[in-house]
Design a protein around this ligand. Sequence first.
Ligand code: S3P
Length: 170
Amino acid sequence: MADNILLIGFMGVGKGRAARALAGLTGRFTVDTDDLIESMTKTRIRQIFAEQGEAHFRQLEQQAADWLEYHVSGTVVSAGGGFFMVKNLRRLGQVVYLHSPLDGILEAMRRHPNAEAKMKKRPLLQDLDRAETLFTERLPLYRQAADIEIAVQGRESEEIAADIAARLRR
Ligand code: S3P
């Protein structure tokens, strides 16, 4: 099994920020699965969804997961919101679910100076009713996929990172 730490959770929950804080704290590098896919395809996620559809994007996530399994170790991986569905998730490392209620996630996103861009780049956040359904469907699946769960609402990334590091050390 690769010795990575994977952060999973719903869109906008702050996986990227927490991953960078955890990387800084533990002296690791961090990679983001959406960035891997964008660099491999030279295409934005939004454009992949629009032109090739979600099923194709999920195949690209599986390709990224296969690459991570054989080439990446000792790294903090910030996973796209649906990445937890890849077949080899547990072989990539320890899995940490970052949890916040959906209204907390949306509220924090709206307060962000780049709120519009943050919403726009996420095809599955365009329709809020659908996002709510997706959140409800995924919540038990995130919990099932994870080794540990960390509550993140209203917390700074540094504090979240310290919490993750302490929980994984136990
Ligand atoms: C998705 C989450 C996004 C991105 C894509 C699909 C999802 O990543 O991978 O838009 O299925 O939840 P973030 O969680 O980083 O927004």
